[in-house]
Ligand binder design. Structure first.
Ligand code: SF4
Length: 264
């Protein structure tokens, strides 16, 4: 068995902007300058001009949102797209909206985050072994990016996964959109997809072997942490915690739940 390949350091000289960076930190910086989707650029900037009444004092970020978490994360969470008055305002993924409130509280409960709330990008929040990212980096109208916008944004996610590949052992797709958006970049990064393609569902688990004989990746499906799902009870706090605990276990991350189990 061979180890996972090193991060990609030799990108083609005239490729997509995502392919011209050499580190994950460079990728995070480069994506914030992207203006490839005219409709989304208009929407993210319009939201920043109009603002929600409660946030009139905020200077909105109004740019693409990079991934958040350590560059050697073993667990990767993939959402949908930033919220117009959440991450598009604060500049950090899942920060400043109800979806993030639920997600970060669950990560904190498991010992994977330094604090249970996320209110601004300088609030001191740290993630432990976990990286969170989106397949579409700009806030879309009605939280619904088009298929072409998803595909236009794909190189950023593909490059991010390529950088994370040496350490990533589990990935959670938060919703069916994330699941579909993830499959091509996962294949491009060197993990083998089964045929027929795996179908999204809450609790779906698929082991993806590495094509080079390196460590496999376990793909998990989880309902998105949106208010639409949580307010209707489709996704409860207990369901989310249980799924994230399973994914953390698959990624080799210690959690408070595992520690409690070992003591009981
Ligand atoms: S959604 Fe992605 S590709 Fe489109 S403008 Fe934003 S960062 Fe660029």
């Amino acid at each position: 068995m061979t180890g996972a390949p090193p991060p990609p350091h030799d990108p083609p000289p005239h490729g997509h902007p995502a392919d011209t960076v050499h580190t994950l930190a460079e990728l995070d910086a480069a994506v914030t300058g992207c203006r490839a989707c005219p409709r989304l650029v208009d929407w993210r900037e319009e939201a920043a001009r109009v603002k929600r009444r409660a946030y009139q004092d905020w200077e909105y970020w109004a740019r693409p949102i990079p991934g958040f978490g350590p560059r050697d994360a073993s667990l990767v969470l993939v959402g949908l797209a930033p919220a117009a008055h959440g991450a598009n305002r604060t500049g950090r993924i899942f920060t400043g909206d109800p979806s993030g409130d639920l997600l970060y509280a669950a990560l904190y409960d498991l010992g994977l985050a330094s604090r249970p709330t996320a209110v601004s990008r300088d609030d001191g929040l740290e993630l432990y072994g976990v990286r969170i990212t989106d397949p579409v980096r700009c806030a879309p109208p009605d939280n619904k990016p088009s298929v072409s916008e998803r595909d236009t944004c794909r190189p950023w996610l593909a490059r991010e996964l390529a950088f994370l590949r040496p350490t990533a052992r589990a990935v959670v797709a938060l919703g069916g959109f994330a699941w579909q958006a993830l499959l091509p970049p996962l294949a491009a990064a060197g993990w083998e997809l089964p045929r027929p393609r795996p179908v999204f569902g809450h609790g779906a688990r698929v082991v993806l072997p590495a094509l080079d004989g390196g460590p496999p990746l376990e793909l998990f499906g989880c309902y998105h942490v949106s208010p639409r799902n949580t307010n209707t009870g489709r996704l409860t706090t207990a369901m989310l915690r249980e799924l994230l605990a399973d994914a953390a276990h698959a990624a080799g991350l210690p959690t408070r739940e595992a520690a409690a189990r070992s003591l009981s």
